[in-house]
Design a protein around this ligand. Structure first.
Ligand code: BEZ
Length: 211
């Protein structure tokens, strides 16, 4: 059966460009972005991995590790990293999994045969410190990902894990959030001391509570 939100992310051991990892140990107490790309030495993937390297500090600020995967081998990854560093003016600073036998791609359902029989699609999994899957997005090979969006989702996930709120459409860190429907107005008074607006009984807005 395919993976769903809330499932424990399957554990695995793998060779990566930064040595062998055991995935659950690698997650540790962090959040993790696991993302697959179709193949080494391809143009969109080159820009994606260069971009992620430049965003490393932003992920670290959010206690988040990033780890990439493709079904190419370690030597191919290592050669390609030199090209990424050169062309994207960066240094790849996170592990890339070599999944030549497609074991992990199968565990995470990253090969969509009607899109491409051999290569992984652009899957993204955000996994929490509890090892559970918090987000899954699948992009086609022809569309590079928006890593600002992944940071935005991590901000939302981390906020909503700690407060009884949810984040509205296009929300960005610092903006108003909505109060979870399960919270009564009486409870909201104590939980949200900055106050809240009742737009409709089911739509109540409050300033971001952790600022
Ligand atoms: C790319 O990363 O550039 C790419 C990979 C597979 C198909 C199309 C583009």
């Amino acid at each position: 059966m395919s993976l769903r939100l809330g499932d424990v992310a399957p554990d695995f051991t793998a060779q990566t460009t930064e040595g062998e990892i055991s995935f659950h140990n690698y997650i540790g107490d962090s959040w993790v972005v696991l993302f697959s790309h179709p193949a080494d030495y391809t143009p969109v993937c080159t820009t994606e991995l260069g971009t992620v390297a430049k965003y490393k500090a932003e992920f670290e600020k959010r206690n988040t590790k990033v780890i990439a995967l493709s079904v190419d081998g370690l030597e191919s990854h290592k050669g390609w990293i030199k090209d990424i560093n050169e062309t994207q003016n960066t240094t790849v600073n996170f592990p890339i999994i070599a999944d030549e036998d497609k074991k992990i791609a199968a565990l995470y359902d990253m090969i969509h045969p009607n899109a491409n029989e051999k290569f992984t699609v652009r899957s993204v999994f955000i996994i929490g410190p509890d090892k559970k899957i918090k987000l899954m997005i699948t992009y086609p090979a022809s569309t590079g990902r928006n890593f600002e969006e992944l940071l935005r989702v991590i901000d939302s996930l981390q906020l909503t894990a700690n407060y009884s709120v949810a984040t509205p459409a296009n929300w960005k860190a610092g903006e108003e959030v909505v109060i979870a429907p399960a919270i009564s107005n009486e409870e909201a008074v104590t939980k949200f001391p900055k106050g809240f607006k009742i737009v409709k009984p089911y739509l109540r807005l409050t300033p971001q509570p952790n600022l």
